[in-house]
Design a protein around this ligand. Sequence first.
Ligand SMILES: Cc1cc2nc3c(=O)[nH]c(=O)nc-3n(C[C@H](O)[C@H](O)[C@H](O)COP(=O)(O)OP(=O)(O)OC[C@H]3O[C@@H](n4cnc5c(N)ncnc54)[C@H](O)[C@@H]3O)c2cc1C
Length: 696
Amino acid sequence: MASRRSSGDGGDGDESPAMRRLRRLSLHLLNPSSSPSDQEPEALALAACAAGPRRVQGGAEVSASLAAYLRGRHRETQARVFEFFQGRPDLQTPVEMSTAAHRDLCFRQLRALVRDAGVRPLSLMADDPSEYFAVMEAAGGVDISLGVKFGVQYSLWGGSIINLGTKKHRDKFFDGIDNLDIPGCFAMTELHHGSNVQALQTTATFDPVTDEFIINTPNDGAIKWWIGNAAVHGKYATVFARLILPLQGKAGTPADMGIHAFIVPIRDLETHAVLPGIEINDCGHKIGLNGVDNGALRFRSVRIPRDNLLNRFGDVSRDGKYTSSLPTINKRFAATLGELVGGRVGIAYSSVGILKVAVTIATRYALLRQQFGPPKQPEISVLDYQSHQHKLMPMLASSYAFHFATIYLVDKYSEMKKTNDEDVIADVHVLSSGLKAYITSYTAKSISICRESCGGHGYAAVNRFGALRNDHDIFQTFEGDNTVLLQQVAGDLLKQYQEKFKGGTLSVTWNYLRDSMSTYLSQPNPVTARWEGEDHLRDPNFQLDAFRYRTFRLLHSVAARLQKHSKTLGGFGAWNRCLNHLLTLAESHIESVILAKFIEAVKSCPDEKTRQVLKLVCDLYALDRIWKDIGTYRNVDYVAPNKAKAIHKLTDYLSYQVRLVARELVDAFDLPDLIIRAPIGLQSEAYAQYTQHVGF
Ligand SMILES: Cc1cc2nc3c(=O)[nH]c(=O)nc-3n(C[C@H](O)[C@H](O)[C@H](O)COP(=O)(O)OP(=O)(O)OC[C@H]3O[C@@H](n4cnc5c(N)ncnc54)[C@H](O)[C@@H]3O)c2cc1C
């Protein structure tokens, strides 16, 4: 039987006290010579924990070394943002406030960040996107509405100028956007169309007589809807509209050149009055994010100069002729939307920040909260219940996994901006879609679990789960609906799969499909399908192989199903018939990317003790995911019944082990009280802070 030590454990020699204690506790629970299945760890766990919440000896050092490893290059920048808001109580968001007051506060927060703290977000975005995303995440920690307002102003409005415009646009608008003199909007969505951007109906018709475009809302369905910054603060909007060129179509008819972006002034720069021909209404109180002023815009033949076309991918000359370096409408559309991935990267990154806050509050409270216990003995922490560990520890492990995956995404995005390499562009497009969809869905579900795991006190608004849940919820929808984004991932995988059979190359993240195609095409090995030793189950090669095998099987089978159904249903019908299968494929692929990045991060960790803790967390992430999908593995005989049982037992055991360092793991996120705020989630005096809050 395999040893119960985690891999890389070199014995007592140079172990820290924390690691020694962790290992000894594990040994108490399970004898090295026995498998998890012949033990009753729960009873022992209760006895070990009955003394109440404890900190692992040397825990502070564990946290510090983990924090040092997690800390990104821009942690100092984030700390400066936190310190700035710490020193400005007038800019801190109270628990209760009206929509109007929240919008006003949110704008003041953003203005102060830019003008008083001296942050220049657009410059950061242009010079070092990873620092830009770090500031955005920090702003979202102060108030999620602030993070989103920041994203509207800089990722969307500013991003459209930088990425879709040319020098003349940057020269004119860059500084005003950067210093917030020109708050602006990104007006893509319409009442009748959100996800299907190609079906937008707003028109921009060129008038060769006056050398202008005429922006028009042809019907109520084309009213721009949900536009951030539009209801109150915006001065300009980047409006997505169909470019119409009179007389350029067949037989002198107007030509529809597809969706293009136009800069449209919406309010007077001096008086802030809404400009003629434009009608703006307020989308009203929302179920969250009420610091952001979303509005609806109607255009009645509003004239703008020809120069206001953001013309990086297509231009109109003085005499009304269209030019583009890209040959088709579809290619131009893809290039235009492709430039907007930065918003998606920011959402994925910020969603991890929100997950960390929720997990930190729930974990700290679960350590503090004591209920029941063995007869005549002190009560135990609720985190010592197996059920509670099962709820929270895989979630804590996922926060770590997502942390490393989004750092990778941000690095890839920065590389893409620097190199403009086509392979990296394609990779970032799919990776950002997949990670945004996967992480935001996971975070949305997890916040509710965190609330429930804090019992009644989780329901107090001051303890934050309501605001976190409601503010974050829409992350699943904006910047691309998650279900739609996952289909893009699946579509790309299928494209790569076809390329593979045509002998082409695969983009970087997908390399595993090519490298191991023969392995994945063969039947699972009936011998390894029965291996159940801990060393084997905790071997990253087994874990990654399991994730990739599942992805490949899903890919292989969906490709065959699509081919079969397309003969009778056509392409669209076949896709719809296989849609759930395709979504599972996309999620499976993204999970394998996340695991691969986590495994790399564990391997690259220079400090051995920190690496051991991370390895434990990574093992829990991997095995919990395999267990959650055990039906799939059993169906294809990748895992025999005895192995499935061993995976289940080991997952429970690892949850228990992670629980022993749970405090250290959440402390390592290094989130100041200003960001946590929930009294029950503070590092010290939680109950006292809570009673004070209600007036005792
Ligand atoms: C608070 C907030 C802020 C926003 N800010 C902005 C902004 O600043 N600028 C802007 O332009 N827009 C903004 N939006 C709009 C947002 O981007 C859209 O809501 C989003 O793109 C989804 O579009 P939709 O609402 O039309 O949903 P739909 O596309 O109508 O989706 C409705 C449902 O249908 C499903 N569905 C749709 N298509 C498919 C498909 N092909 N396959 C399977 N299922 C499908 C979706 O999964 C979803 O469950 C904002 C929205 C909100 C709520």
